[in-house]
Design a protein around this ligand. Structure first.
Ligand SMILES: Cc1cc2nc3c(=O)[nH]c(=O)nc-3n(C[C@H](O)[C@H](O)[C@H](O)COP(=O)(O)O)c2cc1C
Length: 208
């Protein structure tokens, strides 16, 4: 199963979660904004998308990302993993709308607690969350409890599902990754030069 894990993060938690999942699956883990992603998505059977909730902007980038690749996800297994501090009830409807956009071959979604790293928040973010704390009576310091154990359980579930899921395209093409910038090339041989960071072909390593 050729799988890629992508994440959309502001403060690093979605990245951490994505890395735990990718580690379990033994696959690459990249930021959704990484340019080569859009060119290479056709070579995956499964895509795991990890994002953190951010109030009114929740999943906005994720939706844009899915819109961009909607047609290409139609034949893939799509797994959406959301994390946040209080939107667990809202998550299923966000997941449903992502499913509607992606029209995937199969769809799974998971929600887990995110983390609030106070020292990384901007003034506006602290202000917004301060207001939220005031309204709900929830202490700011008590918000967010990212758990590696929970993340590990999600990774196990995804791994178990993918192990039994059908592979879409039977033909497995050879792939090469640039060891400097992570650009992925599909073909019998590595390219003469990396189109992203201009390293020579010797910088490319075969990808299993
Ligand atoms: C400005 C801001 C708004 C947030 N809004 C929500 C929200 O609406 N629902 C929620 O569950 N969590 C919310 N959170 C918590 C984040 O989802 C949590 O901090 C998450 O771990 C952030 O992911 P990241 O570290 O990958 O950016 C918000 C956090 C910030 C900073």
């Amino acid at each position: 199963m050729r799988t890629i894990v992508t994440y959309d993060t502001h403060h690093g938690t979605a990245k951490r979660l994505a890395e735990i999942i990718a580690n379990k699956l033994g696959c690459n883990c990249i930021d959704v904004d990484t340019p080569f992603m859009a060119e290479d998505e056709t070579s995956y059977d499964a895509i795991v998308l990890v994002f953190g909730f951010r109030g009114p902007y929740t999943a906005q980038l994720t939706k844009l990302f899915l819109n961009r690749m909607a047609g290409k996800l139609a034949n893939k297994h799509v797994i959406v993993v959301g994390e946040g501090i209080f939107s667990d009830k809202e998550f299923p409807s966000v997941a449903d709308s992502l499913k509607e956009l992606a029209k995937p071959l199969s769809f799974h979604s998971y929600f887990t607690k995110g983390e609030l790293r106070m020292n990384t928040l901007t003034f506006e973010e602290s202000h917004l969350l301060g207001k939220f704390a005031e309204l709900t009576g929830m202490k700011l310091a008590d918000m967010g409890e990212f758990s590696e154990t929970e993340a590990g359980k999600i990774a196990d579930n995804i791994s178990e599902f993918l192990a039994g899921a059908p592979v879409v395209e039977a033909e497995v093409q050879k792939r090469w990754v640039c060891s400097v910038c992570g650009y992925i090339h599909t073909g019998d041989n590595p390219p003469e030069e990396c189109p992203t960071c201009h390293q020579p072909s010797t910088a490319f390593k075969p990808l299993s």
